[in-house]
Design a protein around this ligand. Structure first.
Ligand SMILES: [Zn+2]
Ligand SMILES: [Zn+2]
Length: 98
């Protein structure tokens, strides 16, 4: 096992580790940012730990109580790279990477 399969090729950042966000999260427009734990941009997450969703998805999640068919269909989780993930987080939370 080389671990190479766990690499995502980002058109902005090159070869990075994968992260997952809902379809509404983006690097231009703040829509809220929720994640299961407080990720740290100074750390490297190599095992798909990074995932996040927006305010609208969180409302659905609270209403249905868990990630199920309905909440996952609403979120339509997409794959991004870890650099994109932290750009999105910074945009939404005003997080300072330095
Ligand atoms: Zn969303
Ligand atoms: Zn990227």
């Amino acid at each position: 096992m080389s671990g190479e399969s766990n690499i995502v090729e980002c058109c902005t950042h090159g070869n990075r580790y994968p992260a997952y966000v809902c379809q509404h999260l983006n690097t231009h427009n703040p829509v809220g940012f929720w994640e299961p734990f407080d990720s740290d941009p100074s750390l490297v997450y190599t095992n798909d730990e990074l995932n996040a969703w927006c305010d609208a998805c969180d409302e659905v999640l609270i209403r249905v109580g868990e990630w199920n068919e309905e909440s996952e269909a609403f979120a339509k989780i997409k794959l991004v790279c870890d650099s994109c993930y932290f750009e999105i987080k910074q945009l939404n939370l005003g997080y300072r990477a330095d």
